[in-house]
Design a binder for this molecule. Structure first.
Ligand SMILES: *Cc1c(COP(=O)(O)O)cnc(C)c1O
Length: 478
């Protein structure tokens, strides 16, 4: 739409066309998801289209969006589809997609009740439902974040505050001056995002001490206990990982709970995707004791299959969150029980109303529906493990407790170094090929593939394709 001067500016009349265009395009994109490659060929070249100077006179909304669709969609990764096994990439349920559109349409600021009653209400309700889903104590505090990285940040900020209080210091208020180094202990499973959070919180990445038993990174419990003994009752922070990304392995949480109780430690559990093990009786034992931790991280945009970005931080003592994240300004509201201020419980003030997608997905599918998805994914992971075990040229490198299968191409009679080169090359070829998407890692000094099954759309045929493609590319490269 144009002004009389001919220069496009935002206008009310543009919306009808925009919505029609997008609902058609979105519908055909979504219909194509099961068939689309995960990555199109020639993305660099395709996206060179966007190397353009800032337009002085714009094109108007419809033209801009048509161009974005024509040139941009093939530059996207089909992470919403069934064959994106790289990282730990969840999809989007239909209910969550609809709620996410509505969220953008309503354009709410989920800072506080007064800024968006519906966002605040649904955040409280969804967090309560999630505590129920994960069998966490109902009196824990919580907040929605952009993902597990920021949830780890929030939980460790609470841990930091707790630790300072043991020395009579309010760290959020006074800082660290005069305090000793803060001891943080973990196994080798600790996720990079937690280490990053230690840096962001001023606790220092080097405050972390890892106690590692073997080349998988598993916990050396005795060494950790010796270190805790050496602290002579001084408080510390233990980080447990419930589901690490290489093979989906778990720290022994129950044992870490006991250590934390005995040695005056805060126990934080990073369960970004692994906390979902708690939903199924097949895997529930992996997270035994989580409800006795002090804080827990879990992602929304991974296994819950709500769109980016979404994570959850749960802390057993909600007042710590208030102490860390409180703020005051003459123009801002004070929190009350009936009119909460979510922005005073987490790092962001203006924030997206993530609660709508979470509420909608939980409302649409319930505990049973989500558990069914988790169990289906664990079944598909077992199925992939079996296919790998049955293939003469594939070698599984780890147990499959959950939804990640760690394996490599190994046709036999090759030295380790050559196998590493071949598997590295297979990993790169998979990304270029684009039919499936799988990441590589180094596991026990071996370069390995580590597909993670997290998308509700994934079917058995998608899993079989992993094996076919790895074998095909492996033969070609070796
Ligand atoms: C993915 C992941 C994270 C980081 O989560 P983001 O949502 O990417 O911020 C942290 N910890 C674990 C165990 C993870 O798998």
């Amino acid at each position: 739409m144009t002004k009389s001067s001919g220069i496009p500016i935002p206008s009310r009349e543009e919306f009808d066309g925009v919505i029609k265009l997008l609902s058609n395009e979105a519908a055909s994109y979504i219909r194509s998801l099961d068939e689309r490659p995960v990555r199109s060929q020639g993305v660099h070249k395709l996206l060179a289209h966007f190397d353009a100077p800032l337009p002085s006179v714009g094109s108007g909304a419809i033209q801009a969006l048509e161009e974005l669709i024509r040139k941009g969609v093939d530059g996207a990764i089909t992470s919403a589809g069934p064959r994106c096994f790289h990282f730990i990439t969840g999809g989007t349920t239909p209910a969550a997609l609809g709620a996410d559109w509505l969220t953008t349409t309503l354009d709410q600021m989920a800072y506080a009740w007064v800024a968006s009653p519906i966002a605040a209400k649904l955040e409280l309700v969804s967090l309560a439902w999630l505590k129920d889903l994960f069998d966490l104590p109902s009196d824990w505090g919580g907040i929605m974040t952009t993902g597990a990285t920021m949830a780890n940040f929030v939980c460790l900020a609470a841990a930091r505050q707790w630790w300072g209080q043991k020395f009579g210091i309010d760290i959020a208020e006074q800082g660290f001056a005069g305090l000793p180094e803060i001891p943080v202990l973990s196994s080798g499973y600790i996720h990079a995002s937690t280490v990053k959070a230690l840096g962001m919180l001023g606790m220092g990445r080097s405050s972390l001490r890892k106690f590692i038993q073997d080349s998988t990174g598993s916990l050396d419990r005795q060494a950790m206990e010796r270190a805790l003994t050496d602290l002579e009752g001084s408080p510390s922070i233990i980080v447990a990982t419930a589901g690490e990304p290489n093979a989906g392995a778990f720290d022994p949480i129950e044992e870490l709970v006991k250590l934390a109780e005995q040695y005056n430690a805060w126990l934080h559990v990073d369960g970004a995707f692994g906390l979902f093990a708690r939903l199924s009786s097949q895997s529930g034992n992996l997270t035994e004791g989580v409800d006795r931790a002090h804080s827990v991280t879990v992602d929304g945009h991974k296994w819950l299959n709500v769109p980016y970005d979404c994570g959850f931080a749960f802390v057993n003592n909600a007042s710590l969150l208030v102490r860390v994240f409180t703020h005051s300004a003459e123009y801002l509201p004070d929190p009350t029980d009936l009119e909460p201020v979510m922005g005073a419980l987490g790092p962001e003030m203006s924030r997206r109303a993530r609660s709508l997608t979470v509420w909608a997905s939980l409302r649409a599918y319930g505990q049973r529906g989500i558990t069914e998805m988790i169990e289906r994914h664990m079944g598909l992971a077992k199925c992939l493990a079996q296919l790998v075990d049955d293939a003469p040229d594939l070698e599984r490198l780890a147990d499959v407790p959950l939804n990640v299968v760690c394996f490599r191409y190994n046709p036999g009679e090759l030295i380790e170094q050559r196998l590493n080169e071949i598997n590295q090359a297979i990993g790169e070829a998979i990304i270029e090929d684009g039919r499936v998407y799988i990441g590589t890692t180094t596991y026990q000094n071996k370069v390995a593939l580590r597909p993670a099954i997290v998308n509700w759309r994934t079917r058995e045929e998608d899993i079989e394709l992993i094996v076919d493609i790895v074998q095909e590319l492996g033969e070609r490269i070796a």
